[in-house]
Design a protein around this ligand. Structure first.
Ligand code: BYC
Length: 478
């Protein structure tokens, strides 16, 4: 197992001390990161003690420690999963050859772009969530928000480490750029669509951590297969932290739904809004929104970029070992594609796409199936409460802004419809301004009393790391 050095300015298990040039570059970037964190990180809580998990090793038995820490003092470190001896490239044209320990020259630009795209999402999400603390439903949730935020910060460090160590001057410039772009800023937006969407309230936050962080899981699984070994090892360890983010989303939405059921039952018209809760139809609309913008994050259904990432061994499929053919030169992937004539959507037809060009869709398919699990669970809650409503994932064609369905109009069942019909019905399918305003209106007052929980959400089943639910997870000094 690799040795962890925690005493240095930047905790790490990459023997940073032996590479003075790299160490200096990262130490020069560190204060810029802290400035960015103070400006764009959680607003209003930087001086509070927060009960946080900090990665201290990559040992699966005890990789993290829990303690109170002020967020700007969080020990953001660099941790790579332990190396695998004699590691080989697991897919693509170089299948079976030795994994790369340095950047292969011919793939330098694409590899850098992949690392930058991944890295850009991490600070973006912190920016999207920076005001949420001010409307928190409980100290338990406030702490979970901050846990997610500091770990996204660590994931940024992970990508910056790769840029600074392996990509020379361009890498250093890209590392600066990661702190300069801003989520939702029209002049210097974040790279990918969903990371410029505002995350105005906690319902969106839970949908984001359920659906958008799950894209993160699948992208990281695909990068964890990379033939560029430092990227594979970095992303493998990031996945350990990512699991908690999706837990926050899944249990967060689960608790909102549980509470809605309670409120519906106590109202003679089953009207959750009348009881100050979030009705099921509104929750479904937010699911439709965040699921569809997260589907866009997988890239085009038919993508020569994806084919070349795969061919060159840079980005594989999630859990590549479960496939038999790791070269994927002969196979095809059957998918439905739109028939568009004269700019008008006429219908759909089946198409067999060369497998390598369909790699984004292969990953998206697994993502869709994984996303369904949460809905099945929430539907069981509805069932056990005797409520007839059921949540559904919309079709992957619905409300898409990138790929072959971009700009075309489908209903949530995936049926082609006219633009007029879409416009007329979109308020039934996607959150309206009024829905956003209603949900936000429930969250005007933050709950800082550890004994309390907002009315619109049920308490969690248990607290964190054996502590009670009403533990003071954030010592907030207002
Ligand atoms: N928005 O061939 P195409 C996470 C661009 S989330 C805007 O269709 P490709 C996290 C694309 O860049 C995981 N632009 O797609 C979650 C390309 O531009 P260029 C993040 C988009 O390249 C929560 C062009 O359209 N990780 O970790 O096969 C909290 C045509 O591209 C979008 C990664 O994404 C979009 N939605 O696939 C915190 C992994 N989609 O190059 C963190 C690294 C596509 O022609 N990234 N475009 O200028 C990749 O693997 C790929 O870049 C993508 C796109 C899968 C994103």
């Amino acid at each position: 197992m690799s040795t962890v050095v925690s005493s240095e300015k930047i905790p790490n298990n990459v023997d940073l001390g032996s590479d003075k040039k790299l160490q200096r570059a990262l130490e020069a970037w560190q204060p810029k990161f802290i400035d960015w964190w103070k400006e764009m990180g959680p607003e209003g809580f930087q001086a509070d003690d927060v009960y946080l998990r900090t990665a201290v090793s990559v040992d699966s038995d005890g990789w993290a420690q829990y303690d109170f820490v002020k967020m700007p003092d969080y020990r953001w470190g660099i941790f790579l999963a332990d190396p695998i001896a004699d590691k080989k490239i697991g897919f693509g044209d170089f299948y079976g050859q030795d994994a790369w320990q340095s950047v292969p020259g011919e793939f330098r630009n694409v590899l850098r772009r992949l690392v930058v795209t991944q890295g850009d999402t991490e600070p973006a999400s912190v920016e999207q969530q920076r005001l949420l603390g001010q409307t928190c439903p409980s100290l338990y949730d406030l702490r979970n928000l901050f846990q997610v935020n500091v770990e996204e910060g660590r994931h940024l460090w992970a990508m910056v480490y790769l840029l600074q160590s392996y990509f020379g001057r361009d890498g250093r410039e890209e590392a600066e750029g990661l702190l300069e772009r801003r989520s939702g800023n029209p002049d210097k937006p974040r790279i990918l669509g969903a990371f410029n969407e505002p995350c105005k309230h906690w319902l969106s936050f839970f949908c984001f951590t359920y659906f958008t962080d799950r894209d993160g899981k699948y992208q990281l699984l695909a990068l964890a297969e990379s033939g560029f070994d430092p990227l594979a090892r970095t992303t493998r360890f990031m996945l350990t932290e990512e699991a908690h983010h999706m837990f926050v989303g899944e249990t967060g939405l689960g608790r909102v739904i549980e509470r809605t059921c309670q409120l519906m039952k106590q109202n003679k018209n089953e009207d959750a809004r009348a009881e100050g809760g979030i009705d099921l139809v509104t929750i479904q609309k937010f699911i439709n929104f965040w699921f569809s913008v997260s589907l866009d994050l997988f890239g085009g259904e038919i993508s020569s970029n994806a084919a070349s990432y795969f061919a060159s061994g840079l980005k594989g499929r999630a859990k590549e070992e479960k496939y038999e053919d790791h070269v994927a030169l002969d196979g095809t992937f059957s998918m439905e594609v739109p028939i568009v004539e004269g700019g008008i959507l006429k219908g759909l037809k089946k198409d067999d796409v060369p497998l390598r060009n369909a790699m984004n869709e292969v990953l998206r398919e697994e993502y869709v199936q994984d996303s369904q699990r949460g809905l099945d669970k929430w539907n069981r809650t509805l069932e056990s409460n005797g409520i007839a409503f059921r949540f559904r994932l919309p079709s992957r064609r619905f409300h898409r802004a990138s790929g072959i369905f971009a700009g075309l109009t489908f209903d949530p069942d995936g049926r082609p419809i006219s633009r007029e019909e879409f416009e007329a019905k979109k308020g039934e399918w996607l959150p309206t301004e009024a829905d956003d305003a209603y949900v936000a209106s429930l969250m005007q007052k933050p709950i800082y009393d550890p004994k309390q929980m907002a009315n619109w959400i049920a308490a969690p089943a248990r607290g964190i790391k054996g502590n009670p639910v009403d533990f003071e997870y954030v010592r907030h000094t207002a």
